[in-house]
Design a protein around this ligand. Structure first.
Ligand code: PRP
Length: 215
């Protein structure tokens, strides 16, 4: 198979991220009409003329597909990149999906953070929480993995604080919690398989360059 016949494969995180990625790609002339059908349950889409393939995966699986090289390129949140710790090059900040990873809790938990107490931290992102408390704050904590609605943690008494994504802050406000510390800013990123970056250097570099011009 000559290099020109090779499909460039994109793994996109299902949902909002995929939709925003598609409209960004559309601005640089990359389209995939059949993907726009909202009711479709199809997971793989091909653009024959442009030799492109797209598949829709669960967000946290995107870095896995890219590390193993079944996708050349992935679009995923920085939160997922940090949490999954897969091998891939992070090549571009796409500028959408902007939010922050924060330590949140009731105002009364502020003291616990300042005095480096042994506290309980609930999070959907145990690796990010661990890295923040152990390697940046040098605070030993008990991390409890949850799968969503993490704000419940401090409310029902499972944890003292949470490490979670804050976008508008309304989930926190409506549940009587607040941002206590910021861990890092987040947004959608493009990642590339390390071997693809060499094999498909030209196509991928052009793609990055084109995207930069519209971001
Ligand atoms: C995310 C995050 C917060 C919320 C933040 O949850 O975990 O709960 O959004 O957004 P806000 O600051 O604009 O209120 P998501 O909706 O993904 O659901 P989840 O709780 O099941 O993870």
């Amino acid at each position: 198979m000559s290099n020109n016949d090779r499909y460039l494969t994109f793994a996109l995180g299902k949902g909002r991220l995929a939709n925003k990625t598609l409209s960004l790609l559309e601005q640089i002339g990359i389209t995939c009409e059949e993907m726009k059908d909202k009711d479709s349950r199809k997971l793989i889409f091909v653009n024959e003329e442009q030799k492109l393939r797209f598949f829709l995966a669960k967000g946290p699986d995107v870095p896995t597909y890219v590390e193993y090289g079944v996708a050349d390129i992935g679009v995923v949140g920085k939160d997922t990149i940090l949490e999954e710790q897969r091998r891939a090059y992070e090549v571009l900040d796409l500028g959408f999906g902007k939010c922050r990873m924060c330590v949140c809790g009731p105002a009364s938990a502020k003291d616990l953070l300042q005095h480096h107490e042994m506290i309980r931290v609930a999070s959907k992102y145990p690796n990010i929480a661990k890295d923040y408390f152990y390697n940046k704050k040098f605070q030993t904590v008990d991390i409890i993995k949850l799968n969503g609605s993490v704000e419940l943690g401090p409310i029902v008494g499972l944890s003292d604080v949470i490490v979670d994504i804050v976008e508008t802050g309304s989930t926190l406000r409506e549940n009587g919690l607040e941002v206590l510390e910021e861990v890092c800013p987040l947004s959608a990123r493009m990642i590339v398989n390390q071997v693809s970056m060499k094999l498909e250097a030209e196509r991928i570099r052009k793609l990055i360059c084109d995207l930069k011009s519209v971001i």
